[in-house]
Design a protein around this ligand. Sequence first.
Ligand SMILES: CC(C)(COP(=O)(O)OP(=O)(O)OC[C@H]1O[C@@H](n2cnc3c(N)ncnc32)[C@H](O)[C@@H]1OP(=O)(O)O)[C@@H](O)C(=O)NCCC(=O)NCCS
Length: 153
Amino acid sequence: MIIDAASPADAQALACIHLAARHAAMPWLPVLHSPESVLWYVRNRVVTSEKVLIARDEGQARGFISVKGGWLTHLYVAPPHWGKGVGARLLETARSDLSALQLWVFEGNTRARRFYSQRGFRDCAFTDGQRNEEKMPDVRMVWVRRGQAAPRF
Ligand SMILES: CC(C)(COP(=O)(O)OP(=O)(O)OC[C@H]1O[C@@H](n2cnc3c(N)ncnc32)[C@H](O)[C@@H]1OP(=O)(O)O)[C@@H](O)C(=O)NCCC(=O)NCCS
């Protein structure tokens, strides 16, 4: 598996993985955006203004991670490739030069919460979801590299 920087040419593959992984992990989550608008968002917002890494195997995109300003904004792996270490490789590569990282995850997304907690993230705040688009309870999780002073978030 190769991890490298994503480009606008990867937007279609990333949007497909985004849609499939969200549906597989959170079938209860309201779907607010059409596939076309997700593609537009990935192509014109995510790839152009965030640090996006893509995992490829046999020339195919398997997953991606996106980081911006100390926040992990997206981490999605294609469902047929879950449980093979793709997510862990993406996370370790993305945070290799960082001392801290935080993220929002839906409270009901138990698989992702376990994945993050087993990789050093701690629950920091719980909300009732009124501030997110889907209005679903979520959790802010924070990771601080061992030996680093916790930054003020
Ligand atoms: C959460 C998510 C990114 C994890 O990606 P993944 O590629 O399945 O993650 P990994 O394979 O690295 O790790 C998952 C589990 O498989 C296990 N695993 C890793 N490599 C493995 C291997 N070679 N063989 C078997 N199991 C393995 C890990 O131990 C891990 O278990 P754990 O979570 O209990 O520690 C993925 O499930 C996903 O895309 N979910 C939907 C989108 C989502 O919720 N994103 C987060 C939004 S905040």
